[in-house]
Design a protein around this ligand. Structure first.
Ligand code: NAD
Ligand code: MG
Length: 384
């Protein structure tokens, strides 16, 4: 039995992971957490026989305590206490945003294996996170579909001489606005931006997919996870989301990872690693698909990808600032307080103003994140 903790269990990734847990006989769920949706969290705990939960919002935690006789942790130490007390073999971090960094740091510091959906952890504190995993021997298993694909492709070349893998390619669906010009994006609505053509996801990552910031965050994630230079990383738009990633090898061959877009596949891979598990999914039908299309990214219409790449290349606290500004701008867009094209403008202005530090600690990152949020909030007002 593998003892599993799921953080962010009420979200899109969290709910899909719970379905996999219910169907698996080798996974035992021992603790779960959420930010605010305490009624759903308690229902999950009851369904899965979990007796300990953490809730980030203090008021919601109070309501949960009044309604349920299990242990409800809250406050700044809640996640650390939850993770340590649960004695898990694996933690799935499915929290959204830089709020997930602390959980990543706690898990890896304890030497516990981490299934990481929270890509923001690697964007904000990549060096720190990778060093921690190396120092404690904890394994980092990516849940992001492209990175799960790359992890598997790279593992298939184990034992080859250094330099065998020359290039990593991540595919991007292009989001709901693929093919539109910049001027066609001025008046797009929240509903249009949330309507992703191939993936069903939480609100924040759906907007990131519409701006292509998601692919920018994923470039930084890949750079950190696989130690690959930005020059050797590439993004190609692939509207069907069937090819998730590809590696190009020294002998001229390329290996790709294919499958219908379904997050259960990479989640299950991380939860069951190194075993593969049987999922009741339709086999890939190439005849029915007919053709797969690929095209270049339109950097003028979707400037967020270049902004992310530049921040990644700059390094230090630049990706942390980029991420914080993006979170503030995306929240404002979802709240209808800013227009779609302003998301990139706020991020660029925040990066221009920020003092980037080349080396950082966990505390430096918290400060840089806070300062960038304040700065982005000001730019939101002045750019409006
Ligand atoms: P979501 O918004 O559906 O769910 C987020 C979860 O995080 C919720 O359970 C929420 O309660 C919890 N949470 C939010 N803020 C918190 C806080 N301050 N403290 C504790 N918990 C908090 O998000 P999602 O779409 O499931 O995405 C989760 C993560 O996985 C993101 O980093 C996203 O980029 C990544 N990811 C998601 C998908 C997908 O298909 N949804 C695919 C690849 C990667
Ligand atoms: Mg992805």
């Amino acid at each position: 039995m593998r003892r599993l903790v799921i953080l962010g269990s009420t979200g899109s990734i969290g709910e899909q992971a719970l379905e996999l847990v219910a169907a698996a006989d080798d996974l035992e769920l021992v603790a779960i957490s959420a930010e605010r949706r305490w009624e759903r969290l308690i229902a999950q705990a009851q369904q899965h026989g979990v007796r300990r939960v953490a809730i980030a919002d203090e008021q919601c935690a109070e309501l949960a305590r009044a309604a349920w006789d299990g242990e409800v942790l809250s406050g700044p130490e809640a996640l650390a206490t939850l993770i340590v007390a649960a004695e898990p073999d694996l933690v799935l971090n499915a929290i959204v945003g830089s709020a997930g960094l602390a959980a990543t740091v706690i898990t890896l510091s304890e030497g516990i294996d981490l299934a990481l959906a929270n890509k923001e952890s690697l964007v904000v504190g990549g060096e720190l996170v990778i060093e921690l995993a190396a120092a404690t021997g904890a394994r980092l298993l990516p849940v992001d579909s492209e990175h799960s694909a790359l992890y598997q492709l790279i593992a298939s070349e184990n034992g080859q001489p250094p330099g065998t893998i020359e290039r990593l390619t991540l595919t991007a669906s292009g989001g709901p606005f693929r093919g539109r010009r910049r001027e066609d994006l001025e008046a797009v609505t929240v509903e249009e931006a949330l309507d992703h053509p191939t993936w069903q996801m939480g609100g924040k990552i759906s907007i990131d997919s519409a701006t292509l910031m998601n692919k920018g965050l994923e470039l930084i994630e890949a750079h950190q996870l696989f130690g690959v230079a930005y020059n050797d990383l590439e993004v190609v738009v692939h509207p069907q989301s069937i090819v998730h990633a590809m590696i190009s090898l020294a002998d001229g061959s390329s290996l790709a990872h294919l499958g219908y877009p379904d997050m259960k596949v990479p989640i299950a891979y991380a939860l069951h690693w190194p075993q593969r598990t049987k999922l009741e999914l339709a086999p890939l039908d190439l005849e029915q698909l007919g053709s797969l299309n690929f095209e270049a990214v339109d950097n003028e219409a979707f400037p967020c990808l270049s902004l992310a790449l530049a921040a990644g290349r700059e390094g230090g606290t630049a990706p942390c600032v980029l991420n914080a500004a993006n979170e503030v701008a995306v929240a404002a867009f979802l709240d209808r307080r800013c227009a779609f094209l302003q998301i990139a403008e706020v991020i660029e202005a925040t990066l221009d103003d920020a003092e980037i530090m080349q080396s950082y600690s966990f505390e430096t990152l918290i400060d840089a994140d806070r300062a960038a949020r304040a700065s982005a909030a000001e730019h939101l007002v002045t750019l409006a």
